[in-house]
Ligand binder design. Structure first.
Ligand SMILES: C[S@@+](CC[C@H](N)C(=O)[O-])C[C@H]1O[C@@H](n2cnc3c(N)ncnc32)[C@H](O)[C@@H]1O
Length: 276
């Protein structure tokens, strides 16, 4: 059974006209609507030629779908496809690569040049295979997203300098204090917090659709936290102690593997430092 989702009613009618009266007509169901707003039925394989502006939200909607599918073959704009499959050290390695590869194995299948279309569009395309990892990694998506956003504020800066940025430290310290206060409140009660596993929010970012934003220039949000009295605050020392392990403070997100990000996040969490 094939389920097709198409927004344009004229395309839906055309599809139905072509299938009517053929032996395949009862094996095709066409849903007219926005794929991003449609509850997807169970599927094991997804094949799609999509409008490129929905690449990121669609990818994460698919990866959020349960039970997870076997494989998706999707055509994307070349640049987006290369970001999806980029490995540590590649120029295009970015948040999108890390977030997607946390939940799926992705591979580049084939290049489709713009001249294969009439009229030729402005951009080249690529077909990519996406295979969800099973079981899905048990990471709190909000925690992961918050952590990876910070790591990629400047992917070519060392983590040591990123985690010394004043705003980063003060945000983390605020989280830390809030959580400590919550834990004190919960002490004695059996209340456990439910971890929200919805990962579709990872595809919300506009920057996924644009070129690499890391131009290496600093901005005023990135002022380093000075040690006013010559000594780092207790909280800053806590953060730097986590980074000291395995020399993370000298490493850069542009070269960090999935396993290293996961390990570093777990080390922060073990020290009571959280990102959501
Ligand atoms: C690149 S064309 C592909 C057309 C056809 N499926 C093919 O493979 O030749 C993208 C199609 O997606 C449809 N579309 C655009 N936005 C959509 C959305 N949010 N949900 C579902 N379909 C959408 C467009 O109407 C268009 O027919």
């Amino acid at each position: 059974m094939v389920v097709a989702i198409e927004l344009d009613p004229r395309m839906v009618l055309e599809l139905q006209r072509r299938f009517q009266g053929t032996p395949f007509s009862n094996r095709l169901k066409v849903i007219q609507g926005d794929v991003l707003k449609t509850d997807l039925p169970y599927f094991d394989i997804c094949v799609a030629n999509i409008p490129y502006q929905i690449s990121s939200p669609l990818t994460f909607k698919l990866l959020n779908h349960q039970p997870s599918f076997r494989c998706a073959i999707i055509m994307f704009q070349r640049e987006f496809a290369m970001r999806l499959v980029a490995q540590p050290g590649d120029t295009l390695y970015c948040r999108l690569s890390v977030n997607t590869q946390l939940y799926a194995r992705v591979s580049h299948l084939l290049k489709v040049g713009k001249n294969n279309f009439r009229p030729p569009p402005k951009v080249d395309s690529s077909v990519v295979r996406i295979e969800p990892r099973k079981p899905r990694p048990q990471v709190n998506p909000k925690e992961w997203d918050g952590f990876i956003r910070i790591c990629f504020i400047r992917k070519n800066k060392t983590l040591g300098s990123i985690f010394r940025i004043k705003n980063v430290l003060s945000m983390l310290e605020k989280n830390y204090k809030t959580l400590q206060a919550l834990q004190q409140l919960q002490n004695g009660s059996s209340g456990s917090t439910n971890v929200e596993m919805d990962i579709s929010g990872l595809g919300d970012s506009k920057e996924d659709q644009s070129m690499d934003l890391d131009d290496g220039t600093d901005n005023e949000m990135e002022v380093e936290d000075g040690d006013a009295d010559g000594e780092a605050s207790e909280f800053k020392q806590k953060v730097l102690a986590v980074l000291k392990e395995k020399d993370y403070s000298e490493k850069r997100s542009s070269k960090l593997s999935q396993e290293e990000f996961l390990h570093l996040l777990s080390q922060f969490n073990m020290a009571g430092i959280h990102f959501s």
